[in-house]
Design a protein around this ligand. Structure first.
Ligand code: HAM
Length: 429
């Protein structure tokens, strides 16, 4: 049989993260860890595969995520498993399975890992994407909702992203939501011919999602539709008021948006989404950086005793994408010095010098395996370093190193023993 040469490609909507992008991801992971820990969240990792039923009961059997976007498979044992489309049900499963109900409450956990949704890929929307999530279980107070929002905002701020806008809403609880749902359905039932095909389906299956529709045809009808906050019971109204008070105290900019209902079924009371403010005023509503809310019934729905909870997840691919768009030079992880090494002896000496630079806290980069000076300088340029240290055969023998200012192109020779002081002096300038 003739051999057919085939070039394999990553599955549609899934991508490789190449070495040149790794520093950005590393910076992101570091910021996640530091921010999460400073707010008292502990790391949890749950399996990428879970029982399909967990998402049916957790995320919601009628949600788009479960009906259209899940990767399901049958194990040899006959068990139905799914690649997790989101992290919350897995964390709640672990909370119950690992007896975390008996730990001091609230149990505050964070996670970072790949999620899978069979979506139509586009910019910022993938079939395998990474989420960072924060979950706090066992605390019903509004301050916890505020803390979840705060930890997300803090993380985004630490990464130096622009101004973040929060869209907030409350969708009530199992006591008050049915009345809201009924009046929403009544309203839409009489306007069926003015809404899109998908919304007619939503009206039957998941009426709250009617408020989420982006189709032009539905916008006028949606604008006049009943709103959830008008139907809140006393407890939900007070809770929402408290959350808003905390937001004011924290000095957080937020907008009340009656159309934020979220695409997952477990939410109660507070729901929110994060967006990057673009051009000073316009907000891109098409791609949220993250979202979350309270889910006071989920633990019980998954077999535990009633336990209040609140959480949020941020889309790592979208955030890292934004960091990459920023100027490489303003990226604080970016090295300030690049070490060019030419020849065997220089490479050996270069290793020591590199160690010394790192020990002195000078962020440095090198490319030991690249031999030509042109290739190494190209990397230095791409990294946007301020100075390049050039260590050739002659410098290695003489105990010197050439220091090149990458902006002016001026090059001088300095003794190796003096180089740390010389660099520090130049950084000060
Ligand atoms: P979600 O809104 O479905 O919430 O996802 C959170 C974030 O993940 C989104 O705002 C977006 O940034 C990112 N994301 C979602 N789908 C994709 C995709 N296909 N490609 C790239 N990024 C994507 C949840 O998943 C909830 N579990 C959040 C939560 C935690 N609620 C309570 N606790």
């Amino acid at each position: 049989m003739p051999k057919v040469k085939k070039i394999f490609q990553a599955p549609k909507g899934m991508h490789d993260i190449l070495p040149d992008r790794q520093p950005y991801w590393e910076k992101f992971r570091k910021a996640v860890r530091e921010t999460a820990e400073s707010f008292g969240f502990q790391r949890i990792d749950t399996p990428i595969l879970e029982e399909t039923d967990l998402f049916l009961r957790g995320t919601g059997a009628t949600t788009d995520i479960v009906t259209k976007q899940m990767y399901n498979l049958k194990a040899k044992s006959g068990h139905c498993l799914s690649l997790r489309p989101e992290g919350t049900p897995g964390v709640v499963r672990a909370y119950l399975e690992q007896g975390m109900m008996s730990w001091p409450q609230p149990v505050k956990l964070y996670y970072f890992g790949p999620m899978f949704r069979y979506e139509q890929p586009q910019a910022g929307r993938y079939r395998q994407f990474y989420q960072i999530g924060f979950e706090s279980l066992g605390d019903q107070r509004a301050v916890m909702d505020a803390q979840i929002i705060q930890v997300c905002l803090n993380l985004l701020k630490n990464l130096g992203l622009g101004k973040i806008i929060i869209q907030l809403n409350s969708i009530g609880c199992k006591i008050c939501r049915p009345t809201f749902r009924r009046s929403l359905m009544d309203y839409y039932r009489y306007r069926k011919n003015r809404i899109c095909f998908d919304c007619r389906h939503r009206l039957r299956e998941n009426p709250l999602r009617l408020l989420d529709c982006k189709d032009e045809k539905c916008q006028q009808t949606k604008a006049q539709a009943p709103i959830a906050v008008d139907y809140l019971c006393d407890e939900c109204r007070q809770h929402f008021k408290n959350v808003l008070e905390f937001m004011d105290e924290l000095g957080v900019s937020y907008f009340l948006n009656n159309n934020i209902v979220r695409g997952l079924d477990y939410y109660t009371k507070t729901v929110f989404e994060f967006f990057l403010e673009e051009g000073g005023e316009k907000i891109s509503l098409s791609s949220a950086l993250g979202g979350g809310g309270r889910y006071d019934d989920l633990v019980e729905q998954l077999g535990g005793k009633a336990t209040p909870a609140v959480g949020a997840a941020l889309g790592a691919d979208r955030i890292v994408g934004l960091i990459c768009q920023e100027d490489l030079k303003s990226f604080s992880f970016a090295p300030k010095v690049f070490l060019v090494q030419l020849g065997e002896m220089a490479k050996r000496k270069g290793l020591r010098l590199f160690e010394e630079l790192t020990e002195a806290g000078i962020k440095s980069a090198e490319a030991l395996s690249r031999d030509s000076i042109t290739a190494q300088l190209k990397i230095a340029n791409r990294l946007g370093v301020q100075f390049t240290l050039i260590l050739g055969q002659q410098e290695a023998l003489e105990g010197t190193v050439a220091i090149r200012d990458m902006q002016s192109g001026v090059q001088e020779t300095v003794r190796q023993s003096e180089i740390i002081n010389e660099l520090k002096k130049r950084f000060k300038k």
